[in-house]
Write a protein that binds this ligand. Structure first.
Ligand SMILES: [Zn+2]
Length: 192
């Protein structure tokens, strides 16, 4: 137990977000910081105003589209699995299967590996690279739908229900509310 309590002691939760102390950078900070690793383009993870940002090329492009040409002072696009070192902390991104460009952040420091999941899903989605589990010592996970009460139905079944309704009522308009980035594209791909 005592050993577990010391794990990932080099990562702290600060008011502005998850701070990797030896690296001098944040992951998905909630306020503008000097240096940030961004998991994906949703607004509760990617915010404008940072100094240097590292993320996938897709996430950087989404940030530019959403926040204007210069949502950060400088940027570094990382391919999945590509490793960079920031002040002794090795950083790489692995697919999270959430939206286009979404990544888990893999942090390695002094023999310990921490994975910050960002938002992720494990079901197939044609609009983004599929989630890849990464062995690690500490897994910092998002848990938006983590409670057992959430049991999402099979997406193809839901689309079949929609297509059936459309066939039954071709003269009716079918309105489906989805979030604009990610969910809308996934829905379109499923309908196609
Ligand atoms: Zn998200």
């Amino acid at each position: 137990m005592a050993k577990a309590a010391r794990r990932a002691s080099w990562i702290r939760v600060r008011p502005e977000g998850l701070h990797v102390e030896p690296g001098g950078f944040h992951v998905d900070p909630t306020r503008a910081v000097d240096r940030a690793i961004i998991t994906h383009g949703h607004a509760d993870h990617a915010r404008p105003g940072h100094g240097a940002v590292a993320a996938t090329a897709e996430t950087l492009a989404i940030m530019r589209v959403r926040y204007g040409e210069m949502p950060f002072k400088s940027s570094q696009a990382l391919r999945f699995g590509e490793k960079i070192t920031i002040n002794g902390v090795t950083v790489s991104l692995m697919p999270a299967g959430h939206v286009l460009g979404s990544a888990q952040v893999v942090l390695e420091y002094r023999g310990e590996r921490v994975v910050v999941s960002g938002d992720y899903k494990r079901r197939p989605d044609l609009t983004c690279t599929g989630f890849e589990p990464v062995p690690c010592d500490v897994f910092i996970t998002e848990a938006t739908f983590g409670l057992p009460v959430f049991r999402h139905p099979e997406d193809r079944h839901e689309i079949a229900t929609l297509m059936h309704s459309h066939a039954l009522f071709p003269e009716r308009c079918h309105v489906i509310g989805t979030y604009s980035l990610g969910k809308a594209q996934r829905l379109i791909s499923l309908i196609r």
